[in-house]
Design a protein around this ligand. Structure first.
Ligand SMILES: Cc1ncc(COP(=O)(O)O)c(C=O)c1O
Length: 420
């Protein structure tokens, strides 16, 4: 029997026979009989809510002007109903903006930053993007990036309260969330810009500590991707009306007219043309959420998904949470690392190939899709637990993970040559 170098891109996933021993017993882990009813575990677009079908979109205002009365009322309904479901304070503004969550975050950064020093908290890929925006694109003179590696949170106690802050409520690519907002001072002087796209509707958020909150429809609500949601506190509006950044602002980012907030944006008069099909889809998701009992029910569903996966992680010796502190473990982007000693000995690219192959085994059986870890994160799995996912489907996925791990291990870690 021959073995090949796992570091070669064309080599099968097989480690040198004399370096590692077998990690799992395939005979003891047969292929499961039952599959998840819904095998979609992607972190975005996320699975549709249970019972969704295209029939839910028949009332879409297609082929009509989005400025006409009925279509505009639908846009306004998305705003009003989202605001109510999240419990956003009455005096906040909420608008539908272009460019999904990225559009909403960058609108805020480009329009508001530079008035005072800013701290950007970076602990995974999207927060890294916001740090790059601040340093390399906006070229802010007074920007400080406070970092932590994948699996951890930066030191939140070290933030100067005179600074603006940019951070993700939940770091989707590491599965690390802030546990609460206690680290922001009530007497803060700056504004707090929070990218909440994988947290809004799934996690409790203390809006008294936030000034800009953004999200997109395809995440926790599982609706069609298109637009961003941008929520502004009165302090954020005051910043917009008092600060004119010394940089060109494209029309897509402009939220003020003659120094005053353009209130139309926050009443459904979008800056440019929205997708009325996507609008109908998010309204259907809000109907579904209402039928369950609203925002609290959505949060409870994400928490039940976390509990279901956690029960399995706690009793499975080859897997663990990537987030080291239990208080920071995400209930939406549930990121796991493989802690099996044989796997740990593989070089990083072979670990990534192992995880990719493991996911492929499950995908080939139609038992679970799109749950490989994010490309820039350490090799592992990322299983979405947002509100549209049913806990029973997470429970049905885990035997498939065990089967796929055992199968992939037997392909990767061959028995020692001497055994032949
Ligand atoms: C934390 C975070 N920020 C930003 C984005 C980008 O979102 P969008 O594709 O809606 O622009 C994502 C997408 O997964 C995300 O998870």
């Amino acid at each position: 029997m021959t073995t090949r170098d796992v570091r070669s891109p064309c080599a099968p996933l097989r480690a040198p026979a004399d370096t590692v021993s077998g990690a799992a017993d395939t005979a003891a882990t047969p292929q499961p009989a039952l599959k998840p009813v819904d095998p979609n575990f992607s972190s975005g677009p996320c699975t549709k809510f249970p019972g969704w079908s295209v029939d839910r979109l028949v009332d879409a205002a297609l082929g009509r002007s989005h400025r006409a009365k009925e279509p505009k009322a639908k846009l306004k309904a998305v705003i009003d109903r989202s605001k109510a479901m999240l419990g956003l304070p009455e005096d906040w503004l909420l608008g539908i903006v272009p460019g999904s969550d990225t559009g909403a975050v960058e609108m805020a950064m480009w329009s508001m930053l530079g008035a005072r020093p800013v701290t950007i908290l970076e602990w995974e890929s999207f927060s890294k993007d916001w740090a790059t925006d601040a340093i390399k694109q906006l070229k802010l003179n007074d920007a400080q990036v406070v970092k932590a590696p994948y699996g951890a949170l930066p030191d939140l106690s070290a933030i100067d309260r005179s600074h603006d802050i940019v951070f993700p409520f939940n770091g989707t690519t590491s599965g690390v969330r802030v546990p609460n907002m206690d680290w922001v001072s009530d007497a803060r002087e700056g504004i707090v810009i929070c990218d909440a796209t994988s947290a809004a509707f799934a996690m409790d958020m203390d809006f008294s500590k936030l000034d800009v909150v953004t999200w997109s429809w395809q995440k926790v609500l599982g609706s069609e991707a298109a637009h961003g949601m941008l929520a502004l506190s009165p302090r954020a509006v005051a910043r917009l009306e008092s600060f004119e950044p010394d940089r060109p602002l494209p029309k897509l980012f402009r939220m003020t007219k003659a120094g005053k907030i353009n209130s139309g944006i926050f009443e459904g008069a979008t800056i440019n043309t929205p997708s009325m099909l996507a609008v109908e889809d998010v309204l259907a998701a809000l109907d579904w959420a209402d039928s369950l009992g609203g925002g609290r029910a959505l949060i409870a569903r994400a928490e039940a998904n976390f509990a279901a996966l956690d029960r399995w992680v706690q009793k499975t010796d080859w897997i663990d949470w990537l987030a080291t502190d239990p208080a920071t473990r995400s209930s939406t982007s549930m990121c796991l690392k493989i802690v099996d000693p044989a796997f740990q000995q593989l070089p990083a690219d072979a670990q990534a190939a192992f995880c990719k192959a493991l996911v492929k085994l499950v995908e080939n059986e139609g038992a679970g899709f799109d749950f490989n870890g994010y490309r820039d994160a350490p090799a592992g799995l990322r299983i979405w637990g947002g509100a549209t996912v049913e806990a029973s489907n997470i429970e049905a996925l885990t035997p498939w993970l065990e089967w796929a791990f055992a199968t992939q291990s037997s392909l990767t870690f061959s028995p020692k040559e001497t055994a032949a």
